[in-house]
Design a binder for this molecule. Structure first.
Ligand SMILES: Cc1ncc(COP(=O)(O)O)c(C=O)c1O
Length: 362
């Protein structure tokens, strides 16, 4: 089958570009001696997790327990859940997972530490726990320094919890356009994480893992050698926002676009204006408008749930029925809209992969 034969809108993955991206990030982490634990929140697919593991990843990160359940069912045996797991029902699901795979979880409160310890005791299985430190995001996480030491001591006192280390992830700095500014912010965030690690160690508690980092900080994280684990997600696909950031020492970001949404022109209200069948149900708009690939000179804007505008400064070169590929502005939220990836090489459709963790927000 050819791409031209596909019904649209449809989510395409370029297999060769995906494989190149996985190999590049793995190589970057390996050269720095940092373990590579990519984030499944971007792909939500055990097939892609398996490709990352085959390349040398030590496991997967998951944002939600529901994602982790899908990854374990798909054969992944080592997972870090990077968001606190809260609530009796979820803690019982978590302990079910711990029976099947090594699943570690982050926490940032005494209340949650107590609940985790009780759930682990009831299940009769210890669980690995990391403390999330707020290194600048202003989201979850204890304050850097003494607070991390105090919570680590509480975890170390619990028989059914095994303290592993610290997570410090700052999403807001990942897409800082200027490479120099991003580097300064990454250094600042790392300093907060290292200060927290010292506070834990000063209590005689070892810190085995320091995890964090994303696509935008990956090269800087590798150069700084502060983290023991790297958790990038978007690099496998590269959305248009990420592709636009400056990359130190290179004229472009060293990862290729591997994810596109294919749409079709369904109407031409004016000579310079086409309507495509890609609206907000087929691509997320939280990162801004989509970037058309070919013709690249069109300007896309959402025209509602099912429609998109494609406007040109001159005559629109597309006829009704023509296909158009778009680069999503935010890959994670776009992938979350689809049940399947259609895998392509050149003009050929070569495979279809399910996305079983899409919508697994609980
Ligand atoms: C905790 C955590 N780690 C890692 C990542 C991956 O970051 P990126 O997609 O920028 O590579 C994210 C993304 O939101 C995240 O929330």
């Amino acid at each position: 089958m050819k791409i031209a034969d596909l019904d649209t809108p449809v989510l395409l993955v370029d297999r060769a570009a995906l494989a190149r991206n996985i190999a590049r990030m793995q190589q970057m982490a390996a050269q720095a001696g940092i373990a590579y634990r990519p984030h499944a929140k971007a792909h939500k697919s055990p097939v892609i997790a398996e490709m990352q593991l085959a390349a040398g990843a030590v496991g997967q990160c998951c944002a939600k327990l529901g994602e982790a359940e899908v990854m374990v069912a798909g054969g992944v045996r080592d997972i870090l859940i990077t968001t606190p797991v809260v609530g009796r029902g979820k803690l019982s699901r978590l302990m079910n997972l711990v029976n099947e795979a090594r699943v570690a979880v982050v926490t940032d409160s005494s209340a949650n530490v107590g609940d985790l310890a009780r759930a682990a005791q009831t299940a009769g299985r210890p669980i690995d726990v990391l403390i999330e430190v707020d290194v600048g995001q202003g989201r979850c996480g204890v304050r850097p320094g003494a607070a991390a030491g105090a919570l680590a001591a509480e975890i170390a006192d619990q028989k059914w919890l095994r303290f592993q280390g610290l997570q410090g992830y700052q999403g807001a700095l990942q897409m800082v356009g200027s490479a120099a500014e991003r580097r300064a912010k990454v250094q600042d965030a790392l300093a907060k994480l290292l200060e927290s690690a010292e506070a834990v160690k000063s209590r005689g508690i070892p810190v085995a893992v320091l995890t964090g980092g994303g696509t935008g900080s990956s090269a800087i994280d590798c150069a700084l050698h502060g983290l023991t684990e790297l958790q990038p997600g978007s690099y496998i696909f590269m959305d248009s926002k990420y592709a636009a950031i400056e990359w130190e020492g290179a004229n472009r970001v060293p990862f290729d676009t591997a994810l596109t949404v294919l749409g079709t022109v369904i109407s031409k209200p004016a000579a310079d204006h086409a309507i495509v069948d890609v609206g907000m149900k087929a691509a997320s708009g939280d990162g801004g408008p989509l970037a058309p690939v070919d013709p690249a000179n069109g300007t896309f804007s959402f025209a509602g749930d099912e429609h998109g505008h494609l406007r040109f400064t001159g005559a629109c070169p597309l006829e009704i029925g023509a296909q158009v590929r778009f680069i999503p502005s935010h890959c994670d939220t776009t992938v979350n809209l689809y049940d399947q990836y259609v895998v392509v090489e050149g003009d050929d459709v070569v495979d279809v992969w399910d996305i079983p963790a899409r919508g697994r927000v609980q």
